[in-house]
Ligand binder design. Structure first.
Ligand code: HEC
Ligand code: HEC
Ligand code: HEC
Ligand code: HEC
Length: 361
């Protein structure tokens, strides 16, 4: 063989290897998800799935407390949220919470062992808010979490701070005189699966309530606010949602029309409610306790760690494969009187979308 040819071949092979380094090696598995012929298949890498299994197992529950007995609130001095629990249930929940959030530190992560009633540790103050938040999710967001529900473990998995949280991106530092604004993109975005899409789609969509739309509904530019930038932000969020759940776009969309709700799988409606839920958690439960946290827990712009889809899902279509821990902890599904007031808003009328109608079909 000609020497030059061999060299060229070698170069091509090296280039191909470099290009494919980011790809996943076969075999992969394809599972049909939509109607036949629509190409709606889920592509799974069996090695990724195998690695996920041990990380998403549910820990054994402590046996239930004996029914009856005095109310915890009648014995303890500073019970503000769990005042509907018996002493036995209260103690069982404290032990479970310790295993879910602070297994290494134990009770003293939140308590001064000399006096459990004191609120001197910020972690206890945060935990109280988290108890209210968990009850809120289970009582008022059944549209998303169904009867499966969540416990502290769904997010924390034995960590003080859940493994997947987000902060607002730092404002760009641009050299004076240089033209051009990256507009929060054109760099490797971890959130958007290492693409160059916007780095922080969470601030507008999961904290703010910006419209998540690409398709214009009018032909003329007047009144049509949909532009390429907006499409890029939307795609960044969508990429996060796909990676957070370990699914392809077609888990929620029929690629014939990404906008049409009529042809979307029901999972899209569940996701629609999930977006509203996460917004609510970040605005009503995370942001308000920013001042409680020490500086080292805050982000580069001084904001508190917040939740996104990954916080609960951790790469799986349903957190912990849809195994319910809530059934062993009915006390976390209670809707206290303080919660009843803030019911979930009805789906916005703005979009052609009516996820409720779609879900009911
Ligand atoms: C992750 C934080 C956290 C951990 C860990 C924790 N607790 Fe608590 N504990 C709380 C919160 C929050 C309250 C207040 C609940 C309320 O206001 O309804 C509380 C209240 C109490 C009270 C009531 C004190 C009083 O007089 O008001 C006791 C007793 C208690 N916990 C015991 C324990 C024990 C025992 C452990 C370890 C097995 C433990 N806790 C672990 C957060 C925690
Ligand atoms: C939806 C996910 C989610 C659930 C459910 C959840 N947490 Fe959290 N938790 C977070 C996030 C995110 C943070 C990071 C700080 C923040 O924004 O409040 C956090 C922070 C904390 C902290 C502060 C730890 C530190 O070292 O700074 C404590 C304590 C805590 N959670 C306890 C609990 C308890 C107890 C429960 C169950 C009653 C619970 N959490 C349920 C998401 C969650
Ligand atoms: C877990 C479900 C889910 C996944 C996965 C998902 N999407 Fe979406 N997508 C939605 C929901 C829900 C909306 C509507 C959001 C809203 O209205 O708040 C949406 C909206 C969109 C829109 C806007 C349509 C319009 O009306 O203009 C586009 C485009 C889109 N998605 C593309 C994608 C792409 C591309 C992917 C894969 C990278 C993807 N989606 C993955 C649920 C999903
Ligand atoms: C507080 C925890 C939590 C957060 C945060 C969360 N989810 Fe979920 N999600 C759940 C639970 C629990 C279920 C399982 C409900 C069930 O069993 O039907 C679920 C189910 C789903 C499903 C249905 C899957 C299926 O196969 O039917 C979709 C789609 C989904 N979530 C999308 C999202 C998206 C998108 C986000 C972020 C915007 C998100 N979730 C954030 C807890 C969460």
């Amino acid at each position: 063989m000609n020497r030059n040819f061999t060299m060229t071949l070698r170069l091509i092979l090296i280039a191909a290897a470099a290009l494919l380094a980011g790809c996943e090696r076969p075999p992969i598995e394809a599972v049909q998800h939509g109607f036949r012929g629509t190409g709606m298949a889920e592509i799974y890498n069996p090695r990724t799935l195998d690695a996920q299994v041990p990380l998403n197992q549910v820990p054994a529950a402590i046996p239930p407390a004996a029914p009856g007995g005095p109310a915890a609130a009648s014995i303890y001095q500073n019970v503000q949220v769990l005042n509907d629990l018996s002493l036995g249930e209260f103690t069982r929940l404290m032990v479970s919470m310790t295993a879910w959030v602070a297994p290494e530190q134990g009770c003293t992560y939140c308590h001064n062992p000399q006096n459990f009633a004191l609120d001197e540790k910020y972690t206890k103050v945060v935990a109280r808010k988290m108890l209210q938040m968990t009850r809120k999710i289970n009582a008022d967001y059944k549209t998303h979490v169904a009867q499966t529900g969540v416990t502290c473990y769904t997010c924390h998995r034995g960590n003080n701070i859940p493994a997947n949280v987000w902060f607002k991106a730092e404002p760009e530092k641009r050299s004076v005189g240089l033209l051009g604004d990256r507009a929060g993109q054109n760099t490797v975005s971890k959130v958007a699966n290492l693409s160059s899409l916007p780095e922080d789609p969470f601030t507008p969509f999961l904290l703010g309530s910006q419209e998540i739309r690409v398709h214009g509904t009018t032909a003329l530019p007047t009144g049509n606010k949909h532009n390429i930038k907006q499409a890029e932000w939307t795609y960044s969020l969508m990429t996060h949602m796909s990676t957070a759940l370990g699914v392809n776009c077609t888990y929620c969309h029929n690629s014939r029309s990404f906008a049409a709700w009529e042809t979307s799988p029901p999972q899209r409606a569940t996701a629609w409610y999930g977006i509203r839920m996460v917004r609510d958690l970040n605005n009503q439960y995370m942001e308000p306790i920013t001042k409680v946290f020490p500086a080292h827990r805050l982000g580069p712009t001084g904001d508190v760690a917040k939740a996104n889809c990954q916080t609960c899902h951790q790469g799986v279509f349903k957190p912990l494969y849809g195994v319910s821990m809530l059934k062993d902890h009915p006390e976390l599904a209670v809707q206290g009187p303080s919660l009843a007031a803030s019911a979930v808003e009805a789906p916005a009328a703005q979009a052609p979308a009516n996820p409720v109608a779609v879900a009911a079909r």
